[in-house]
Design a binder for this molecule. Structure first.
Ligand code: NOJ
Length: 757
């Protein structure tokens, strides 16, 4: 029998897709558009098992998986998520390839957010490196590990702009700024997906669009975003991800301006496909199509399916009972055209062919272990964590500590020795025995005897358990320990008897991320009280913050000489923190968000518009300053840098022309160090008010002591235009820009550029 054209790798992807599409029944088409949560244990489900007779607790692990496996064999499932081993991936793939009628391979998806077995720093920390090179390398290592485990597709990067740190998912993104966000989005897509090679993952930037604007920072709440913010702030990272080739996008859960994002034709077709030119497929967020009815938008599941598909959503992600099961009926009764269904199936199949799944559907079980335990990946995890750490304060050169004259070191705080929490959320295939904690690393460098540890004030649990903890056997908890007076007393006594106290404070990894919005930025539990008592002993204190959001550390900023933002640094957390504290590395991470003083200031951003009585800017609250604790872009170094000789290519350019801005950066200190050089502009006047300043470029450079480098930034029409909501179009105004280059968003803007007709 001649081989079917769709199986012939000599033919083009389009020809193969067209042939395969012509063979599919309506049910099989709907199947390709369905993605199921697979919650089986990995053990094969015995043939002939009477699932009706199982007790309810077996629903998740046996009944649903059994139904899904049957759907796979019947050609009624296109994709599964949450498969973590190559063995399971291969077993299920075999059902699709060998037992389904047409043998269409499954696409296995997972949230590979910042690593697989090797945990890299959380994404907000990756953004704090301000290094596209590092971020690309990290996500390409993450892709290599996940692909070796049988995963094909990551629901990442999350590129939602986040301007309210109460929203837990800000940890998954790059913070508040569209230019930094766009650069990080593109770097991650290149790292994850690159050329679609066999150690790459399909990248799925998410969540389209505006999820980060959740009202009150409450996860999943609806969002209202003006047109100007939509185009100028929330969209640029998606534009960059699409331009970098991302072949999947995930839609957002919530209503945006009154319409659920998962069924918004304006978003999914008008903006994503027609304006940005996206040609991949759109997947819903988990159960988001079913939720259209819950959101008072769709009448029932059938209506939900029709409206989602009609808006441009191609694949439904769901736990059970897909709304898309109703699509064959909807075609039969004319609620949706078969062409619309075919368009969606075509997009999904195209990606399966592009990923090479028809030729290469299986994971290499024998090769997988070596990739997962790769020493290169572990080294990269350490390098990235070092690059991400931000030195927030360093009065009187309190840091670095001199390893040779350090004396007795007290390390305090449960996060200092937390094998799971130091990895951060969205890690599922880790091995906590591979985590190097802060205590481990300091002891390795300074010797067991020099370093004493007390957990001290514990960290209170969440009000309600995180659903993710159920999936994670490595979570260890001592509930209620945060209120233990004796533990705090022990920590204070230890600190008093030491020469330096390294106090590690922050939040547990399950207090940030999805379903982990916060109503306060206070340090949880009694951490502040303990810090004050340790400080009162007179021992020198160094504060290390483990968090994925800014916390209220006003007291520490006033009293503690050195503060280090360590984030959740990943598998080699402790070594990176120790390298910074002991000066092996000069810190050069920079804040990807404005660090507020107090939760009541939120949202607080640097790129706000200038408004009435600007001179009174800092006196709008009667009880607190308007100013942040630390500005966007902030981060200190162990070296010093001078900026000089700022030039703008030409003083005036015509609309549509480009120029270059350049500056000399000199390392005036006595050691090699990285510096993040940042370009800001401000448009003085035009057809809309523009922010007081906007980041337009950045470069992380490494300079030896005394070295000078000239750093250049292009300024093109793409950087100088903006979306004008009056004209509903991009405009480039005839105007003058103030321009400055410096080390953070308070850089002086002392150069200018005129744009003339
Ligand atoms: C819901 C989250 O919003 C999304 O980001 C994630 O990819 C899916 N769950 C699958 O885990």
């Amino acid at each position: 029998m001649p081989v079917a054209p769709y199986k012939n790798p000599e033919l083009s992807v389009d020809e193969r897709v067209a042939d395969l599409l012509s063979r599919l029944t309506l049910e099989e088409k709907a199947g390709q558009l369905t993605q199921y949560f697979y919650t089986g244990t990995g053990e094969p489900i015995p043939e002939g098992l009477d699932i009706e007779s199982l007790p309810p607790e077996h629903r998740i692990h046996v009944e649903l998986p059994a139904r899904i496996e049957a759907a796979v064999k019947a050609g009624r499932a296109g994709s599964l998520l949450f498969i973590r081993t190559p063995e399971l991936s291969n077993r299920l793939q075999k059902y699709a390839v060998e037992e389904s009628r047409l043998g269409i391979p499954l696409l296995f998806g997972f949230d590979v957010v910042h690593g697989w077995r090797t945990a890299f720093p959380v994404p907000i920390a990756l953004a704090a490196t301000w290094s596209e090179h590092t971020v690309e390398a990290v996500q390409s290592a993450a892709a290599r590990e996940a692909r070796a485990a049988g995963v094909h597709w990551t629901f990442a990067p999350m590129i939602d702009i986040a301007r309210d740190p109460r929203w837990g998912r800000m940890i998954e993104g790059a913070g508040e700024d569209p230019v930094l966000g766009a650069a990080m989005a593109a770097a991650q897509v290149r790292g994850f997906q690159g050329d679609f090679g066999d150690d790459k993952l399909l990248a799925g930037p998410k969540h389209f669009l505006g999820y980060g604007a959740a009202r009150g920072g409450r996860d999943y709440d609806d969002a209202e975003i003006s047109d100007s913010e939509l185009w100028n702030v929330y969209l640029p990272p998606f534009r960059a991800a699409v331009e970098a080739g991302a072949a999947n996008v995930m839609s957002a859960y919530m209503d945006l301006n009154g319409v659920p994002a998962a069924a918004s034709r304006r978003l999914l077709t008008g903006i994503l496909r027609e304006q940005l030119g996206f040609d991949g497929f759109v997947v819903s967020d988990a159960n988001a199509v079913r939720s259209l009815a819950v959101q008072h938008f769709a009448a029932d599941q059938k209506d939900a399916a029709v409206r989602a598909l009609g808006a441009g959503l191609d694949m439904e992600m769901c736990a059970f009972d897909p709304a898309f099961d109703t699509l064959p009926d909807a075609v039969a009764n004319g609620s949706i055209s078969e062409e619309a269904l075919d368009d969606a199936v075509r997009r999904v199949l195209t990606v399966k062919f592009r990923l090479g799944l028809f030729e290469n559907p299986y994971a290499d079980e024998a090769a997988s272990d070596a990739v997962l335990a790769s020493p290169e990946h572990r080294t990269l995890a350490r390098d990235a964590a070092e690059q991400a750490i931000v030195l927030l304060k360093n009065a009187g050169h309190a840091l670095p500590l001199d390893a040779n004259a350090i004396g007795r070191v007290a390390v305090v705080g449960p996060l200092a020795d937390a094998r799971r929490d130091l990895l951060g959320p969205w890690i599922f295939a880790h091995d906590t025995s591979e985590t190097v904690t802060i205590v481990d690393a300091l002891r390795a460098v300074l010797g067991e005897d020099a370093v004493s540890y007390e957990a001290g004030a514990g960290l209170p649990e969440r009000l309600h358990p995180s659903p993710f903890d159920v999936l994670d056997p490595s979570i260890e908890r001592t509930p209620d320990d945060y209120d233990d007076d004796a533990a705090i007393d022990r920590a204070v006594v230890l600190a008093a008897a030491s020469d330096v106290a390294i106090v590690v404070v922050g939040q547990r990894q399950n207090q940030i991320g999805e379903k982990a919005s916060a109503s306060t930025l206070d340090l949880p539990g009694r951490q502040l009280e303990q810090l004050r008592r340790i400080h009162a002993t007179g021992t020198k204190v160094v504060l290390v913050v483990v968090s994925g959001r800014p916390l209220d550390i006003r007291w520490a900023d006033e009293h503690v000489p050195a503060i280090v933002q360590a984030w959740y640094p990943g598998s080699r957390a402790g070594e990176a923190v120790a390298a910074v504290l002991l000066g092996e590395v000069s810190p050069a991470g920079r804040l990807p968000f404005t660090w507020p003083r107090h939760v009541g200031q939120l949202p607080l951003i640097y790129a706000h518009n200038r408004t009435f009585e600007p001179d009174d800017q800092d006196r709008r609250y009667f009880d607190e300053s308007n100013a942040p604790l630390y500005p966007f872009g902030h981060g200190l170094s162990y070296s010093t840098f001078e900026y000089s000789n700022l030039t703008v290519g030409s003083p005036a350019i015509a609309v549509g022309d480009s120029t270059t801005v350049a500056v000399d950066v000199t390392n005036t200190g006595s050691r090699e160090a990285d510096e993040v050089v940042q370009l800001y502009v401000h448009q003085r006047y035009g057809t809309a008010s523009r922010p007081v300043r906007e980041l337009k470029g950045f470069r992380r450079v490494c300079l030896t002591a005394g070295e000078t480098q000239r750093v250049e930034f292009p300024l093109t029409p793409a950087e100088l235009r903006y979306w004008n909501s009056e004209t509903a179009s991009y405009v480039q105004d005839v105007t003058t820009f103030d321009i400055g280059i410096g080390a953070d968003s308070t850089a002086t803007l002392d150069a200018s550029l005129s744009v003339i007709r």
